[in-house]
Design a protein around this ligand. Sequence first.
Ligand code: CIR
Length: 256
Amino acid sequence: MFNNVIVRRPARSLVDGITSAPELGKPDYELALKQHDAYIEALKSCGVQVTVLEALEEYPDSCFVEDTAVLAKKCAIISNPGAETRRGESALMVDTIKKFYSDDQIEYIKSPGTMEGGDVMMVGDHFYIGLSARTNEEGCRQFKEALAKYGYTCSVVSLEEVLHLKTGVNYVENNNMLVSGEFIEKEDFKSFNKIIVPVEEAYGANCIWVNDTVIVPEGYPTVEKGIRDAGYKVIVTDTSEYRKLDGGLSCLSLRF
Ligand code: CIR
């Protein structure tokens, strides 16, 4: 059960965000704002309190707040983004996180360790962390060590094809997991009920579970059907402008 969500409004500088897919074009800022409004409404309808932070023009990717921290029930772990242009974003999230966690519940990933929250998938008291272009071995080690203090366990999953772990695999509770591409056959996930995402809908693997509703991006009918067939209530919302920057539904919020 999540009670709280933190989001950050997209900045006008969003158009200069990092992308691996320039062929999709630059995001339309006005449309991105409208999509952000709808995203917030979708979250609110799932019964969470949404904290909306001001846009940060100096950080084009700062609306992707998921990468700045991992917020668990017993602790918060502040990340250290592997992307140079995003490194300052985590420190700017600390004051907000302190409204929900005491100082002795907050841990920090430090250089040379790097970690981005998009690489972390929570499954109950166990956390999977992706060893990626953004999260390095030292970041994984520090993350695991920090979690252990609170009784949480962690395993490292290597990934090759996607930006972050949750770009390709997402847990939607009740032992159900959306899996795409390189994650379909991964040994790490063999005990879950898999909802397989076809390659042409790969972006749709990034859905979020919020209190028994699953929020699904618009335009991924196989994913949507798989989620409905698994018995969830579904809210569909458009994230086309964020997709242009490799961002999806999970990236746009911290849920805890
Ligand atoms: C980046 O490359 O950092 C942003 N353009 C996208 C971040 C997506 N975040 C996520 O998957 N958690």
